[in-house]
Structures are given as C-alpha cells and as structure tokens.
Ligand binder design. Structure first.
Ligand code: PLP
Ligand code: ZN
Length: 405
C-alpha cells in the first residue's frame, strides 16, 4: 500500500480559526502563524512503528505525518536521517554519562534548513506556486534557492550584506534572484513584505507559510525513532526564528497522540547568543512573547534574529516541557566549536557549538544531572563558516626540513 498523508487542515494556534488545507495560505487573519493538523487517529491505524522501520532513510519515511499529498510533488535531494553521535570524552569531562549530538551538517546544502526547504518547496509545488520570495540570514536562502530550482519555481532571496558568503554563492548558483540589504534579517523581511504585497508572490518567510515547520518537525520524529522511542531527557537547540524547536515540540506532541511515545517529554532548551537573546530575556521575565532586540550581533549568524514571529510558540515549548533558555557569548561559542572539533572530531557550525557551551553552564548549575540523556542539535556544518578559524601554518620550501633532528 502506498503511504498517504493524513494532513487534515490548517489551524491557528492563537485564535483557533481553521483553514482549507488545499489552498495557499500565509498567516491567520489574526496575524499568527498557521499550523498543519493531521488525522492522527487514522494515521495510527494506518502506520506502525514496525512498518516505519523498513522504510527508506530520508524524512519522507514519515509521509503520513507530512502535508504533501501526491508523491509526484516531492522535491528531494535525499534529506533526512542524520546520525546521532555520542560525545563520550567531552561528556565525561563534564560528568555527563550520556551526551549526544545529532549532526544536521551532513544534509544537502550543509544545514537542517534542507528539511524545511524540502517540505516547503514540495508543498509550494503542489499548490501551484510559481514565484516565491523570502528573507534569510543565508542558510535558508541557499536551501530554498536550490530546492526551488529543482522544482522549477522562481525564487527571490533577500539577505543581510554581512551573511556568510558561501550562502550567497549557493543562491547565485541556483539561479535565484539575490538581493543584499544593509541591515538585519528583519530589514530583509520588510523588503520582502513590500515585494510580495505588490507582486502577489508566495511569501516563504519563516512561519509565514505553514509547511517549512513540517519539514523541521522531522528532526523530532527522527530523534524519537533513533532513540528507540525513548526520548532524551534534555534537548538543546540553537534558536533564531525558532522553527526548529517549535517543530521538535510539535513532533513530540503528535507522537504522543499516536501513542508512540509516553507522557514524559524532553526538557527543551532554547540556546541563544548573548548578542541576540530576545527569547532568553522574555523567559527570564516569565513573559509569553519577546521584544525586539536592538543592535543584535553574533558570530552564530543563523541565530541572529532580533524578533521571531513564532516567539510565543518557542516559549510555550520551553514552559510546557519544564525546559529553560540560556545565552552564551561569542567567545564561549568559538571555544566550544574548537573543543568539539579537536576532541571529538565533529566540526559543528557556531550555532550548533553554542548548544555545547550551554550544556557546560547547565551542568555546572546542576540543571542537567549526570544521568540525564542529553542531546545537542547541530544545525549545520562547520564547513559553511570558513572564517571561524584563523589559519596559522608555516609555509615550507619543497626541500625544507620540517623537524630538524
Ligand atoms: C536558521 C539556523 C538556525 C536557527 O533555526 P530556527 O529554527 O530558525 O531557530 C540555527 N542554526 C543554523 C545553522 C541555521 O541556519
Ligand atoms: Zn488566528
């Protein structure tokens, strides 16, 4: 039997309004992002964990829980099922017996943005979209430009002038229209907002279309499946727009409804850079929404988001799971990145390394216990940030002795 999607409708998490799942939609009338809902009772009857185990190792193994209806619309570069690696040595140094990293750096385009792009672009194709536009800090733009190229969709990408060059190269290589802005992702968002209003393009901004999050949700599905349906105690996620952490939380709730995992959820930790920590500030003040973070800056470019549209959903995921938020500074991030590469051989992006810097703080504070099963999310490859390290190597003449006796 071919797997089918149990996507039933779109729903507003703020006002409860529902929308036709088979028409293009952006935000709810009330301004909130929309979320995809599924008929999980029927899905549970149609699919078992046993059956799932036999499927291909890509995120499309979760077809029943994804919004794409017709297989013919799937736009894929082979994304999904990234490895979960133990960090035994660094874990031991911190007194943690079970420290792991899920390495999203091996995905197509080098970051987990491939998950959102795969499902988002597939769904855009299914809905008959032919032009889309989006603001980005770089990685999402690279991923969406390439997946859009594969789908035959025209893409307009706007990113800060200071975004990593390699992401500009990806967009250019994909033949998308690239524009740079003297400013932040929020400024890029304003430009895209004006353009989509004028030209009636599809707005693929974070959470302004409801399907990118469905792709990112598959991180949560994989985590549960890879740990044999025994979820970790703590998951740390580098949080910018927050779609990843909202997606993981959504996945865990759906798995509970399917009856595939138990009552206990991992404590979700939103990690931010101290140069851009609006969600940490809101959590410390016990608020439900964040305020715009002025003059934000950090080496972890993907989490430089001064105000996230889905901030209330990130905070809900943190509060509901008994999680917390942590800010780490750039020096701690770069030190963590170096340590992970030199001790464990994993070369993470700065955003991913930030989660290890956060683990150090939380275990020192005893918020993380020695027996907790702790999972870091590495959202991208260190290779996408070639400027993180200064190269300091001697240059030799061909006949020069390196180590004179
Ligand atoms: C986009 C991005 C993030 C932040 O992801 P959100 O899900 O938007 O919070 C983290 N790390 C990297 C490498 C990214 O590109
Ligand atoms: Zn609403």
């Amino acid at each position: 039997m071919t797997p089918k999607s149990f996507f039933s409708h779109l729903e507003c998490p703020k006002c409860g309004q529902t929308y036709d799942p088979d028409q293009p939609h952006q935000l709810c009338r009330c301004g909130s992002p929309l979320l995809a809902r599924y008929d999980l009772v029927k899905a549970a009857a149609a699919l078992s964990r046993h059956e799932l185990a036999r499927r291909e190792p890509t995120l499309w193994r979760y077809r029943e829980l994804l919004p794409v209806r017709d297989e013919a619309n799937i736009v894929t570069l082979g994304e999904g099922m990234t490895p979960i690696l133990p960090l035994a040595t660094l874990g031991e140094r911190l007194g943690l017996r079970q420290l792991f990293v899920k390495d999203e750096g091996i995905l197509p385009t080098g970051t987990f943005k491939a998950r959102g792009a795969a499902v988002g672009v597939s769904r855009a194709k299914e809905l008959g979209i032919d032009v889309l536009a989006m603001p980005t800090n770089g990685n999402a733009g690279g991923a969406w430009a390439l997946y859009a190229a594969r789908a035959g969709i025209e893409a307009y990408i706007v990113m800060p002038e200071g975004a990593p060059d390699i992401t500009k190269v990806e967009v250019a290589a994909a033949g998308a229209h690239l524009h740079l802005v003297r400013g932040l992702i929020s400024d890029a968002g304003k430009i895209v907002g004006r353009a989509v209003a004028r030209h009636k393009w599809y707005d693929a901004s974070t959470l302004k279309e409801p399907y990118r999050i469905e792709g990112k949700k598959t991180m949560g599905l994989e985590i549960a499946e890879q740990f044999g349906w025994e979820v970790p105690d703590v998951i740390l996620y580098p949080t910018g727009g927050g779609v990843g952490i909202i997606g993981i939380y959504k996945a865990l709730r759906e798995l509970q409804e399917l009856g595939w995992i138990g009552e206990k959820l991992p404590r979700l930790v939103a990690v931010q850079a101290s140069g851009c920590a609006p969600i940490v500030k809101a959590w410390e003040e016990k608020k439900k929404e964040s305020a715009f973070w002025e003059q934000s800056s950090t080496v972890a470019f993907g989490i430089n988001v001064p105000k996230a549209l889905g901030d209330f959903l990130v905070l809900e995921a943190v509060y509901e799971t008994g999680g917390c938020t942590v800010a780490v500074d750039d020096e701690e991030i770069l030190h963590a990145q170096r340590q992970l590469a030199a001790v464990e051989g994993v070369y993470l992006c700065p955003e991913g390394a930030a989660t290890f810097a956060a683990v150090k703080k939380l275990s020192a504070q005893k918020w993380i216990h020695p027996d907790d099963k702790v999972l870091l999310l590495n959202t991208g490859a260190g290779l996408k940030y070639p400027d993180s390290f200064r190269i300091d190597a001697p240059v030799l003449d061909p006949d020069e002795e390196i180590w004179p006796s």
